[in-house]
Ligand binder design. Sequence first.
Ligand code: GDP
Length: 441
Amino acid sequence: MFDKISDGFKSAINKIRMKDDEKALKKALDELKKNLLKADVHFKVVKDLLREVEVETKKAGIGKANFLKALDKTLTKILTAPGNYGFVYASKPPTVVLMTGLQGSGKTTTTAKLANYLKEFKKKKVLMVAADLQRLAAVEQLKQLAEQNGLDIFYDENSKDPVDIAKRGVEEAKEKFYDVVLIDTAGRLAIDDELMNELIKIKNEVNPHEIFYVADSLTGKDALNTAKQFDEKLDITGVILTKYDGDSKGGVALSIAHQVGKPLRFIGTGEKVQDIEVFVPERIVSRIMGAGDIEGLVEKTSAIIDEKEAKKLTKKLKKGKFNYEDFLNQLEQMKKLGSMKNLLGMIPGMGNMLKQLGDIDLENSAEIKKIKAMISSMTPKERQNPELIKESASRRRRIAQGSGLSIQEINRINKQFQNAAKMAKKFAGKKMPNMNELMKM
Ligand code: GDP
């Protein structure tokens, strides 16, 4: 996610790796400056960062370790603005959130992403309110997102008054004991008084705890300027940066807190509802410096693992009874985690390797597609018992015909699956596979 910036830091650090005199420090700082400007980090941010890193490094004594420490500290400071980080709940529910931004910035999509994130990872009851009555398809779009992802929505196709919808949406959330209510408001192609007045009216009516400004990363410096203007009028509490996946430079993310004076809270990294990342300065710095983000990884994975289900599965594994249905369930669970590449990027040391891997699309990999086609041609009994397939040639023939795979492929996949179940049986319940046993397999 922060490839370019991360590379820029690494090549600067290399300049000071061998030598540790003033000349080496200057070279490192020059390299950093060049790379940060190339990544589109705002020049004022670059200036402040360099000055502080230089002062801190000299104070502690020029050398790689002190340079790294100074970078870490200064970058964290640059990325931090007064306000909340992550999602913060009101002391008394529901937490009311106003989603604002220009048309096309990704506001409606982000509303659904945030609702899904809070529901799946934080186990919250979330209501989305469709108060964007400016863009014709916005209500329909939010309805579809709600339906596809099992999210709750409040809308009224007969109303023309966004202030009224917002107000009724919040009332509904109170009556039905929602934890969070996200109000999707109207955007415009550019900032105008009419839009601002509508937003101010909604703000005065519902007293939101948070006002997020949704900014399109691809608009570069404009994203910072419009965020500032929204902040002047509405006093926003945070920025969400979308379309970061398409931003080859990435520097806007480093400039927001410093330039707008409000924290960057979330980053949108794709079109799917799962593609959203929490922005926590310390963790991001760790990722940029190549140290991964174990905390973020644990938070993501632990939230989707249902303890009871996990125990049931372990029991099954111990008996060697892992079947095709369990396989599909596990795939579904994995989907909730979002992009595999992003997830792997959180593991320390993986950052560099990922570039060679390209994008890993688990769901659409050729092998997974084959297995899914095969499973969809099985009877429920076969899904629960791979042994049936092994025992019967006529079953294999039928599955091959149904799935469009060859009999050989069905044999190979089923054998592979049964081997995997056997291996899982050996390891289930043990903390770590024993190297000796692994070598024997
Ligand atoms: P709105 O007018 O602000 O409500 O914008 P939409 O939510 O309709 O988003 C505009 C377009 O941007 C849609 O095609 C979205 O799929 C796309 N989009 C939103 N967020 C992201 C993101 O993080 N990454 C990518 N690649 N596309 C995004």
